[in-house]
Each structure stands twice: as structure tokens, then as C-alpha cells.
Design a protein around this ligand. Structure first.
Ligand SMILES: *[C@@H]1O[C@H](CO)[C@@H](O)[C@H](O)[C@H]1NC(C)=O
Ligand SMILES: *[C@@H]1O[C@H](CO)[C@@H](O)[C@H](O)[C@H]1NC(C)=O
Ligand SMILES: *[C@@H]1O[C@H](CO)[C@@H](O)[C@H](O)[C@H]1NC(C)=O
Length: 221
């Protein structure tokens, strides 16, 4: 951990120097600016799926694209869970309880998939989650089922950046690099990121989302 921290500090200093020198030509609205990408490999991607099925029945990874799907009638991810069906990537190795963290990924949701959570910041109190991005009827992307972040998200790749400032208890959601929504935190002592498909009570029969370029980043101190 000490080695990683030192590497982060060194990389952050380098980023700062580069920025100071080139700030005039840097894309100033890039939400990842000032953040450091952390190493991520397959051991960091824990894929939750209906407990009675093989991974290949609900997940594929082809040419850099993670495809996750689930049916409304599928079983939950563990025999003792009473939640709805899900096939989700749960990021491992970067559970956090302080600092400023960011998830980045390119998502794709085919039309027909409805009433399903496609991305989560897990961990809150008394609720289970701090943030959910949900695709509702007609392809609307919402924060939980309240604010509309994009009126029609179907059948195209979109970039998602979610920044969680634990100190400030504040979240920011960017779609395609544009700040779409800010939300307060919801308590909790630890958090992690998830993406995929997690059915809501009124989920469509078939649900799918695809993800590529998944990154976990942490703000330079
Ligand atoms: C994957 O990352 C973990 C820690 O993040 C590291 O311990 C492991 O050696 C890495 N595995 C590979 C195959 O690079
Ligand atoms: C979805 O679109 C249909 C047809 O335009 C409309 O009748 C329906 O009310 C919409 N549903 C929602 C939940 O917005
Ligand atoms: C999604 O939920 C809405 C509201 O509960 C419902 O009207 C709609 O039929 C659902 N859509 C699908 C495709 O199941």
C-alpha cells in the first residue's frame, strides 16, 4: 500500500507539472483532470450473476467489451439474497471510506432494456446505495427514478463519469463529459463501484448493458 501511495504522489506531481506547462491546450472540462487512474485488471472485476448459472450464460468479454445481461425471472446472485436478478461487475480492491473517487466507463444499453440499474455507487446508511443510474421506460437515464440525466440513452455508446467526494458528501455525474447532475451523499462507512444490469421491481423481461474502458481514479491530494 505504501508503494502504491508513493506512486500516486509521484504521478500526481508529474500530472501537475505537465498541466502547469500545457494548461492552455488541455481539455479543461475533462472530469478526470487532477485524478490518477489506478491499476485495474481482471482480478478487480468480480462478476455477480444469477447463482445457479455459469458466468458464460450471462456475461461475455469480447474485443474489450464487457456484455452483461439478465432476465427478469432469473434468480438473485446468491441463494440467501431476496433482491431482484442482476449481472453486475463489482469492482474489487478499491473499496473506499474517504477521499475523492471517480468511476469512468463507456456504456451501451440496447433499446428494450427498461427499469434497470446500470451503475451504482454502493454503500450508504440506512440505504444500501449512494447513487444509482437507472434506465427507465423509453430509454430515459435517471438518477434513481427522479432526475433525468439523458432523455434517450438507447443504442449508442455514452461516457459516464461519476465523482464521489466522500469528505464533502457530494457526487457529480457526467454524461459524455457534460456535468448532468449533482447529488448529496447518503452516509455509509464504505463504498465501491458497480456496473451492469440490476433489475428494478418493474424490470423488462430482458435487460442488457455493455461496458468498455472501465477505470477507477482517485483525486490527487
Ligand atoms: C492485478 O492487480 C492486483 C492488484 O491490483 C495485483 O496484485 C495482481 O498481481 C495483478 N494481476 C495481474 C495478472 O496483473
Ligand atoms: C413511453 O412512450 C410511450 C409512447 O410514446 C408513451 O405512451 C409512454 O407514456 C411512455 N412511458 C413513459 C414511462 O414515459
Ligand atoms: C417500466 O416501468 C414503468 C413504470 O412502472 C412501466 O409502466 C413500464 O411498463 C415498464 N417498462 C417495461 C419495458 O417493463
Amino acid at each position: 500500500m505504501g508503494v502504491l501511495t508513493n506512486r500516486i504522489a509521484l504521478a500526481c506531481t508529474t500530472i501537475f507539472l505537465v498541466l502547469t506547462q500545457w494548461s492552455s491546450s488541455w481539455p479543461v472540462n475533462d472530469p478526470t483532470l487532477g485524478f490518477l487512474e489506478l491499476p485495474l485488471n481482471t482480478s478487480n472485476l468480480d462478476i455477480q450473476r444469477p447463482y445457479d448459472l455459469a458466468l458464460s450464460e450471462r456475461y461475455s468479454f469480447i474485443e474489450g467489451v464487457h456484455k452483461l445481461w439478465v432476465y427478469f425471472t432469473d434468480k438473485p446472485h446468491s441463494p440467501d439474497s431476496r433482491t431482484h436478478a442482476r449481472t453486475e461487475i463489482r469492482i474489487r480492491g478499491y473499496d473506499y471510506s474517504s477521499g475523492v473517487w471517480q468511476f469512468e466507463g463507456y456504456g451501451y444499453v440496447p433499446s428494450g432494456t427498461a427499469n434497470v440499474t446500470i451503475m451504482q455507487v454502493f454503500g450508504a446508511s440506512p440505504h444500501a446505495t449512494t447513487l444509482m443510474l437507472i434506465v427507465g421506460s423509453n430509454g430515459t437515464l435517471t438518477y434513481y427514478r427522479t432526475a433525468v440525466l439523458d432523455p434517450y440513452i438507447y443504442d449508442r455508446w455514452f461516457r459516464v463519469n461519476v465523482i464521489h467526494d466522500v469528505y464533502a458528501s457530494h457526487l457529480k455525474v457526467y454524461i459524455d463529459g457534460v456535468l448532468k447532475f449533482e447529488a448529496p451523499g447518503r452516509g455509509g462507512t464504505f463504498h465501491y463501484f458497480k456496473c451492469g444490469v440490476y433489475s428494478q421491481p418493474d424490470g423488462s423481461y430482458y435487460m442488457e448493458s455493455r461496458w468498455k474502458g472501465i477505470k477507477v481514479l482517485k483525486k490527487c491530494d
